[in-house]
Design a protein around this ligand. Structure first.
Ligand SMILES: [Fe+2]
Length: 484
């Protein structure tokens, strides 16, 4: 069997699979200088098909996880990338071909892999309890060596992960070091069951409770505050019969409402209260906090389905304009009579991949950053995310960075200047795709002056295709927690 990728979007040009594991000592700095006191590692993960897909029209959510690290010390940065050796990756490598079929559809798999984990560990890589975990929401996370990026194995929290799945968007409470996380489709694909967990700072599960969503859907992210957890149920619905018929895992239902399920932190799933709102799309949460009574959740919201590869149940085509998400604030009054919630638009320009200073997770915060897909005042040929914007949540003031024509931007990440830095005192890291040159840069921006020339540009001699999420782990944190 010849190994040949399809001549289809997502498999050609800048987004063709990379399929290279790299070690690059001392990345060239083509502009500026890396701050000398920056000590730590930027971990991120991209989805990168090792084998041509088994099904037609496959898309990047179904690619193998490739973990990357930029390790900073003394004004230098070393780069490394490794595929995550999931059971799926190992089984396919042995046969030199794809054995797993369509995205989250086990009914399209080769019979030889029946019952094997379909996890790809391709969505987020994060540090907690002295462990580096790479994760996709359809399976347990994979443990990765933080220095070599070699795969250690599947992580089930010493068997305490009773859900079949675990989110790629856990939240770490900076006050306690607890990791708050959940699994959806927790009893198997398309089940409406959600398992909510908290693990202490060492990674030991100290709370578990279960609940059922009003309908089965993608619960990609959630909101955590000091006093509450909120599970957003967005009408990107799943259906077992559709899966069995070989159909797509998710489809947009324009007739279903949004539900926000609220529980007190470490509460019992039986006590969940659902707040209902009209049909709309939202996915990533920038940040959330509460004042004891009201919960405030900041998230890009669009009129309709954001993902072109998930069809509309009504048969309507993809509408790019309706898919644009604008950062908005949802407010829930937990002591009011209303079972609804309010929504206020915050941002002028559409964007996604919202991040904030993770040390403010669960707490009130003032500042965030996201990738923009449109800035009407600026001419920029191309599609997708092409700008980075910071936003002051108190004033609405934003600063915008534009990397130049024919470039794409990945998720921006805030990196504190040092362990005791104030909010906004530090850098924004962003991987830029230089499409004409078929290679990438890691750009380091001053978080307080995002529109100024970069602090440093790390020139990569290779291409890093569109990726998902990543996180910064300071050298202090890595050393302290590993030896704990
Ligand atoms: Fe995500």
């Amino acid at each position: 069997m010849v190994t040949r990728f399809p001549d289809q979007p997502g498999f050609t040009g800048f987004d063709a699979p990379m399929r290279v594991e790299a070690d690059l000592m001392d990345v060239e700095v083509s502009q500026g200088a890396i701050p000398e006191n920056l000590e730590g590692t930027y971990y991120r993960v991209v989805a990168d098909f090792q084998w041509p897909p088994k099904v037609d029209g496959d898309f990047f959510f179904n690619g193998d996880g490739m973990v990357m690290s930029f390790r900073f010390s003394g004004g230098h940065a070393d780069f490394k990338s490794r595929y995550v050796r999931t059971p799926r990756f190992v089984a396919q490598a042995k046969e030199r071909r794809a054995l797993f079929g369509a995205y989250r559809n086990p009914y399209t798999d080769d019979p030889s892999v029946a019952g094997m984990s379909r996890g790809l560990a391709n969505t987020n890589v994060f540090w907690h309890g002295g462990k580096l975990l790479s994760s996709k929401e359809d399976s347990p996370p994979m443990m990765i060596d933080p220095d070599t990026l070699e795969t250690i194995g599947e992580h089930t929290f010493d068997g305490a992960l009773t859900s079949q799945t675990s989110t790629a968007h856990p939240k770490i409470d900076p006050r306690t070091g607890e990791m708050v996380f959940f699994g959806f489709a927790a009893k198997g694909e398309t089940t409406p069951d959600i398992a909510y967990y908290e693990a202490d700072s060492r990674g030991v599960v100290i709370h578990e409770t279960w609940l059922r969503a009003p309908y089965s859907s993608m619960v990609h992210d959630f909101a955590v505050t000091q006093n509450f957890v909120v599970f957003p149920i967005i009408p990107l619905t799943s259906d077992l019969e559709r899966l069995k018929a070989g159909g797509p895992h998710y489809a947009w239902d324009p007739h279903k409402d949004v539900y926000l399920g609220v529980l007190p932190r470490k509460g019992n799933g039986a006590d969940i209260r659902w707040y209902r709102g009209s049909n709309r799309f939202a996915s990533h949460i920038m940040g959330a906090h509460d004042d004891g009574r009201h919960i405030f959740i900041d998230t890009p919201v669009s009129e309709s389905n954001f993902f072109p590869f998930f069809p509309d149940l009504s048969g309507a085509g993809y509408e790019a304009e309706k898919a644009k998400g604008y950062l908005s604030r949802w407010t829930i009054d937990t002591m009011g009579e209303s079972n609804g919630f309010t929504e206020t638009k915050i941002a002028r320009y559409p964007g996604e991949f919202p991040r904030m200073d993770d040390r403010r997770e669960t707490l009130p915060y003032n500042w965030g950053v996201l990738a923009l897909s449109d800035v009407p005042e600026q001419e920029s040929p191309g599609r997708g995310f092409r700008w980075i914007s910071s936003i002051d949540l108190n004033t609405g003031h934003s600063q915008i960075y534009y990397p130049g024509h024919d470039c794409s931007v990945a998720e921006p990440l805030f990196v504190p200047a040092h362990d005791n830095a104030e909010e906004r005192e530090g850098y924004v890291f962003v991987v830029i795709g230089r499409h004409e040159e078929m290679r990438s840069d890691l750009v380091i921006l001053d978080a307080a002056h995002l529109d100024a020339p970069p602090v440093a540009t790390l020139k990569m001699p290779l291409r890093i295709r569109s990726g998902l999420h990543g996180n910064w782990v300071s050298a202090t944190e890595l050393a302290r927690e590993r030896t704990a």
